[in-house]
Design a protein around this ligand. Structure first.
Ligand code: GRF
Length: 188
């Protein structure tokens, strides 16, 4: 399955997926990386791995116009699966209609616990003993689509919020590629 990865920030999840791809573990083929942020380090990571990368402006544009431009890139690359890896925008009707049950997202909490843009901080502030990581299909809601894989992450006894962030990200890098492979098989 040809896949596109959408990023908005540092792209450490993209990096983890690319490493798995280069190791032959990933059953999707990441063929392009798209970002809504011109300064997303994920675009640099794509280039470093010899993968085409595109910045598409979203700010100040009608979502339909923005997503139509993204869709044009995806169609030209014959993309079949969209992987959101730290993509910080809601997916709109244009992309959802074009890729039904073919958009997946990683969330740094055990959904439905702690949805939204600050899953790790919210878990920390709630004082829970464990949180988790979830990979799910994207639907019209926010962090609400069917779960593909999710695993618990114990809150470290010491090290504060930084230690929790490190533990959650480590679990993300371990879980995401396995969830992508499962999604590829779901589509077979
Ligand atoms: C990850 O924790 C992801 O779950 C969340 O945003 C973060 C992105 O990190 N949506 P990166 O850009 O993959 O480093």
């Amino acid at each position: 399955k040809r896949a596109a990865v959408f990023v908005s920030g540092s792209g450490t999840n993209l990096e983890a997926l690319l490493k798995r791809q280069e190791a032959g573990d990933l059953e999707a083929q990441i063929v392009t990386v798209i970002s809504d942020r011109p300064d997303a380090f994920g675009l640099t990571r794509a280039r470093d791995h010899g993968i085409s990368s595109h910045y598409v402006q979203a700010k100040g544009r009608d979502k339909k116009d923005y997503e139509s431009e993204v869709l044009d890139i995806l169609r030209r690359a014959e993309v079949e699966l969209i992987i959101l890896a730290g993509y910080m925008r809601f997916v709109g009707p244009t992309l959802l209609a074009a890729y039904p049950n073919a958009i997946i997202n990683i969330h740094p909490a055990y959904l439905p616990e702690f949805p939204g843009a600050h899953g790790i901080l919210d878990a920390w502030n709630a004082g829970v003993k464990e949180t988790g990581v979830t990979v799910h299909y994207v639907d019209e809601g926010v962090d609400t689509g069917p779960v593909i894989l999710q695993e618990r992450v114990p809150v470290p006894e010491s090290g504060g919020l930084e230690a929790l962030e490190a533990a959650v990200h480590a679990k993300e890098y371990d879980l995401f590629w396995r969830a992508v492979n499962q999604a590829v098989h779901d589509q077979d």
